[in-house]
Design a protein around this ligand. Structure first.
Ligand code: GRF
Length: 217
């Protein structure tokens, strides 16, 4: 690749398997982004260990140490800017940002969500997909806007919902696709291929125009 790799801050709250996928992708010097900092709001998050093992700087910023969301978001913002981050990836980060924070990072925050948005926003989406009788589920990488799970969609991957699926089995099938999708979408953003038109993200020159389909079982 030509030019400097984009510096990325990854925000987590838990096990960090998507963080691991981003760390693994960025080992390749041709990958257009490098993980500069991992921030967790929970001190015991396993993802922090993954980051340390990869030699990436970590910090814990607990929402419990701040009187309100503005000051918590301000601390996150300061840490990201202090590390020179240009892009923020949410990877299982279980806090909702204030509009003020989101607006300070316009079209620069990505999130991965385990449903085919705009269906199934919010929590427990794999279980809700099964209960709703959906036959196709999947995951979405989108730009974060002040409205929860509603920003422009960069990339999606679909998987089947099988008749005997449990929440766990479907979550595992989706997670496998999350780990393919997130590095691909981050690369597109870091390479400057993404153009936002209203609530649509147009990805120029990306393979398969932002859609990844998993093989059927
Ligand atoms: C993933 O399912 C992701 O889509 C959702 O939270 C989960 C995080 O998992 N936002 P992990 O911590 O990356 O393993």
């Amino acid at each position: 690749m030509t030019g400097a790799r984009k510096r990325v801050g990854v925000l987590i709250s838990g096990r960090g398997s998507n963080l691991q996928a981003l760390l693994d992708a960025s080992v390749d010097p041709q990958f257009p982004a490098e993980i500069a900092l991992v921030i967790s709001n929970r001190a015991g998050a396993y993802g922090l260990e993954r980051a340390r093992a990869a030699g990436v700087a970590t910090t814990t910023i607990s929402h419990k140490d701040y009187p309100d969301r503005d000051s918590f978001d301000g601390a996150i913002d300061a840490a990201l800017r202090g590390a020179g981050c240009e892009i923020v990836c949410l990877a299982g980060f279980m806090r909702i940002f204030t509009p003020g924070f989101v607006n300070r990072w316009p079209n620069r925050i990505l999130n991965i969500h385990p449903s085919l948005l705009p269906s199934f926003t919010g929590l427990h989406v794999q279980r809700r997909a099964i209960e709703a009788g959906a036959t196709i589920a999947g995951c979405t990488v989108h730009i974060v806007t002040p409205d929860l799970d509603s920003g422009p969609i960069l990339a999606q991957a679909a998987v089947p919902v099988l008749p005997d699926d449990t929440e766990d089995s479907l979550s595992a099938r989706i997670l496998e696709q999350e780990h393919r999708l997130y590095p691909a979408a981050l690369a597109w953003l870091a390479e400057g291929r993404v153009r936002i038109d209203g609530n649509r993200a147009l990805v120029n020159g990306a393979s398969a125009s932002g859609v990844l389909l998993s093989p059927c079982p």
